[in-house]
Design a binder for this molecule. Structure first.
Ligand SMILES: Cc1cc2nc3c(=O)[nH]c(=O)nc-3n(C[C@H](O)[C@H](O)[C@H](O)COP(=O)(O)OP(=O)(O)OC[C@H]3O[C@@H](n4cnc5c(N)ncnc54)[C@H](O)[C@@H]3O)c2cc1C
Length: 355
């Protein structure tokens, strides 16, 4: 027995959820199939008491991101400026720390009040829960009857649809979904060459009761050549109930595998002490998320992904099988590939194909 729906969206990250909301407003019979036991995909927050810390995306740039700005106001969400007052540090080596007064690479960056997960939380008030099938990993898609084979809660399930929207990174599609008939080689090669943005990174957030760096006129922003943390920023919530420093680990995923988590944290705390002094030892909580270990974001190919934002191709085909199989997800966005804005851009485009 298979369940039939007019539109089936694979992936309940920002792109899939936003797409579902738009189609639901057009009174489409739409469902979302999501492999994880949660929605949001790369948008993930860690909670500490009443505050939420972004373990995935944190920054938005309203002056460059019209769709995201529209969405935040539609969803009644507020944004606030990334804290960047004071001095930025550059650690050349443990003995050579340069100071840059009043400089910041994030003077134009904003964050969503309450963390990026507020976007997902707000979308979940628009898309009815019964339309989201969690723990449902799509394994195969057949052109005949547009049939989907998935594993839901460990059991084989089947769906059929009039249209399917794949709202997930192309490399995950390539690695985990079998198509019948198979996709042409030029398409699979194109998918292979589209890196999943930030998938190889590891983020560590350090939570404090006091903003000792601010008190010492430091912005919290650091670039380091020595590491293990290569970039550090102030990640305190706007409410200032607690304070936080967030960081990206400079070691790549292969190097991280050679060092256990406790060792990585100890080395990171030693670095914070070098940069910010002894008060950094009074940490209330530490949250770590290594995205390279996340099977629903990262593939083997992404372990050697570029550290800099790549140029996403403008011309990859985004619909197949007489426009019945359509791609969305930030990695296929023409203009804003990789970013939250791209997740919405690609969903808007998928809906246009659909119409
Ligand atoms: C550490 C980090 C920092 C970032 N920082 C920023 C930032 O500051 N600003 C910014 O704009 N962007 C940032 N990004 C990128 C941003 O997170 C993405 O652009 C955005 O979240 C992508 O949304 P999406 O819906 O396209 O994809 P995803 O969020 O990846 O959603 C895809 C969904 O598909 C699901 N899925 C996968 N395989 C299957 C399957 N077989 N069957 C069913 N479901 C499946 C996944 O579980 C997931 O929920 C960052 C990302 C990371 C990891």
């Amino acid at each position: 027995m298979s369940e039939h729906h007019s539109v089936i969206i694979v992936g309940a990250g920002l792109s899939g959820l936003y797409c579902a909301w738009q189609l639901q407003q057009q009174l489409q019979d739409v469902i979302l199939l999501e492999a994880r036991d949660r929605t949001g995909g790369r948008i993930l927050s860690a909670d500490y008491k009443n505050s939420h810390y972004d373990m995935g995306p944190a920054w938005v740039w309203p002056q460059l991101q019209p769709r995201l700005s529209r969405l935040t106001s539609q969803l009644d969400l507020q944004i606030f400026k990334q804290y960047s007052s004071g001095t930025m540090l550059y650690e050349k080596s443990p003995d050579e720390i340069e100071r840059y007064d009043g400089q910041s690479s994030h003077s134009q960056s904003y964050r969503v009040k309450g963390g990026s997960y507020q976007l997902i939380k707000a979308l979940l008030t628009k898309v009815s829960q019964s339309r989201i099938h969690l723990n449902t990993q799509v394994k195969e898609i057949h052109k005949d009857n547009l049939e989907i084979h998935a594993i839901r809660d460990g059991k084989a399930v089947h769906y059929t649809a009039d249209k399917i929207i794949l709202a997930l990174p192309p490399r995950l599609i390539l690695e985990n979904i079998i198509f019948n008939p198979t996709m042409p080689e030029d398409i699979t090669n194109a998918w292979k060459n589209i890196p999943t943005w930030m998938s190889g990174h590891c983020k560590i957030v350090f939570i404090y009761d006091k903003p000792f760096w601010r008190d010492n006129n430091l912005s919290g922003e650091v670039f380091s050549h020595y590491g293990p943390l290569s970039e550090i920023y102030d990640a305190s919530p706007e409410s200032e109930e607690y304070y936080a420093l967030t960081s990206f680990v400079g070691l790549n995923s292969h190097q991280r595998k050679q060092i256990d988590e406790k060792n990585l944290i100890d080395l990171s705390l030693a670095q914070l002490q070098r940069l910010f002094g002894d008060e950094s030892k009074n940490v209330s909580d530490i949250q770590i998320k290594d995205w390279s270990l996340d099977e629903y974001t990262t593939t083997e190919l992404d372990l050697t992904s570029p550290m800099q934002h790549p140029d996403y191709p403008e011309d990859i085909p985004k619909h197949f099988w007489d426009k019945k199989l359509i791609l969305a997800g930030t990695e296929v966005a023409r203009e804003h590939g990789g970013y939250l804005e791209g997740a919405i851009e690609s969903a808007d485009e998928a809906i246009t194909v659909y119409e």
